[in-house]
Write a protein that binds this ligand. Structure first.
Ligand code: ADQ
Length: 487
């Protein structure tokens, strides 16, 4: 399908830090575009299928951006970032300032004014690029913490647009948010939108409290009213903006079909055999990020091995850790620590041919991940803080055979919905060990009941439901507050 001509512009525009595809240059110079990693693209891919729209984002490499190009019905509009901007806007301000603040300061955030300037400059570039491709009165869906100034920057340029923003990560309590030297500018940037979507009701509440405390705005029900400011800063005009929880989900039907395909079923058998057909397989699948609680999980596994509660070859643990943000110091240190711990555990508890912890620092295709989910008797999702965590929803959906058990941290957005999981507090190592053992040993009928309730929840609230809820809330805004969509 040929997308609507950009001379009149697109009626629907998505803006996200990354395009849904990454460029890979082969040694022979040929170029291949592959699906880019991470939760946002996984979720949005099926929402955007066959939708005539433009997607504005970075192509994943520094330097000049390629010309806009079409991917099916989607027009991809690459935004260029220089090497310094990748370091300052992306690795710096987004991933080393905002990410830690928005995730409970698990590692200390770094504040640099030069990073902030780059963040502002890149947000302007994104706003400019969206303004160029959006048709009169178009709907614009801005994503995530990297683009929090885009709503107001865009409204300045194009007051005709309907602008929504969705936060894939948590929004922090005001006590943490207030540490940000640029807190007022960020809130004013966000208030340029008509509707702001969050993963949990608590995130929306945190945002409202920040508006009250930092901007002295009023917040009633799900509407923030900002009287405006008498200055020349961004977002000085008065605004009424809705903020509510719209929890993200997965393409449940697509994953069920994939998981049940003969190729994936064959892989399930192969993977189990290559692990030595253990009685119990424990699994973790995460980006290698300090928010995901991998260290705490390994600590619990190490102690269970030491206590003799679990042992290979009967019980093995597989940790898949996708490489992530490898140029940020905190991530480099985390990788060293985790790999050191895995080495120590295996040194102490593995035997020739019987490995206690299988550690794979690799990215896999969706088929392979779907196969791993079905191999897992117990899935360990133990983040210290996570906006949602799609892996939890993917796991229960992939287990269409009704088997398995999910151990889930109460600090994930998913815990608000997946209440029949084996809940844990990952900081409480003794409690985490007990929960893992319970998930292994509970009677099969009880486990099946839990899994079936979890699967039903995801089935009834899939990614299409999420996108529908977000877009109808956006269509109802502004000044026509609709009821908060969930919980
Ligand atoms: P992420 O922090 O990236 O997402 P998550 O929600 O778990 O985390 O999504 C990760 C995605 O990557 C899943 O679809 C998973 O299957 C896939 N994945 C993980 N490891 C992989 C590997 N080794 N190979 C291939 N694929 C792998 C952010 C927020 C989350 C929020 C999402 C969506 O941090 O809280 O749920 O956005 O809003």
């Amino acid at each position: 399908m040929v997308p609507a001509s950009s001379s009149s512009g697109f009626d629907f525009v998505v803006a996200a830090n990354r395009l849904p595809v990454d460029r890979h240059v082969h040694p022979d110079g040929s170029v291949e575009w592959r699906t880019s990693p991470g939760g946002l693209v996984t979720a949005m891919e099926s929402v955007m299928q066959d939708r005539e729209a433009a997607w504005v984002g970075w192509a994943g490499f520094a330097g000049e951006a390629p010309e806009p190009f079409d991917d099916g019905a989607l027009r991809l509009c690459p935004v260029p970032l220089s090497t310094e901007e990748v370091a300052d806007y992306y690795e710096g301000f987004s991933n080393d300032t905002l990410w830690p603040i928005y995730h409970d300061v698990i590692v200390p955030p770094t504040f640099h004014r030069s990073w902030w300037h780059a963040y502002r400059r890149v947000n302007e570039r994104f706003a400019e690029a969206v303004a160029e491709v959006a048709a009169e009165g178009a709907t614009v869906w801005v994503h995530d913490y990297q683009l929090q100034l885009v709503p107001a920057l865009l409204r300045d340029r194009r007051p005709d647009l309907r602008i929504g923003w969705f936060n894939h990560i948590p929004f922090p309590p005001v006590e943490l948010f207030s540490q940000l030297p640029w807190r007022a500018a960020i809130l004013r940037g966000l208030l340029g939108a008509d509707f702001l979507g969050f993963q949990r009701a608590d995130d929306a509440r945190n945002f409202m409290r920040a508006c009250r405390s930092v901007l002295r705005a009023t917040a009633k029900g799900d509407v923030v009213t900002w009287a405006g400011a008498d200055d020349a800063q961004l977002g000085a005009a008065p605004r009424r903006v809705r903020a509510a929880a719209v929890p993200i989900s997965i393409d449940a039907q697509g994953l069920r079909e994939l998981a049940g395909s003969p190729e994936v079923q064959d892989r399930v058998t192969e993977i189990r055999a290559s692990l030595g057909n253990p009685k119990v397989v424990l699994l973790g699948v995460d980006r290698l990020d300090y928010t995901k609680g991998i260290r705490h999980r390994l600590r619990a596994i190490g102690e269970l091995l030491e206590d003799g509660e679990i042992a290979p070859p009967d019980v093995v643990f597989v940790q898949i850790a996708t490489p992530s943000r490898e140029r940020v110091e905190a991530y480099r240190l985390l990788r060293e620590e985790i790999e050191g711990t895995v080495g120590r555990i295996n040194g102490d508890f593995s035997h020739l041919g019987d490995t206690a912890v299988h550690y794979l620092h690799q990215s896999f295709g969706r088929e392979e991940i779907a196969a791993f989910f079905q191999v897992a008797d117990v899935m360990l999702v133990t983040p210290l803080r996570d906006g949602m965590n799609l892996v939890a929803k993917e796991y229960v959906t992939a287990r269409h055979d009704g088997g398995g058990a999910l151990v889930l941290s109460e600090f994930t957005g998913a815990a608000m919905e997946l209440r029949q999981a084996y809940m844990c507090n990952p900081h409480d190592i003794a409690g985490l060990k007990e929960t893992i053992l319970r998930a292994i040993r509970d009677n099969p009928a009880a486990k099946r009941r839990r899994m079936s309730a979890l699967r039903r929840r995801v089935h009834n609230h899939d990614v299409q439901t999420w996108a529908g809820e977000f877009l109808s809330a956006l269509a109802a805004a502004p000044d026509r507050p609709a009821k908060s969509s969930s919980r």
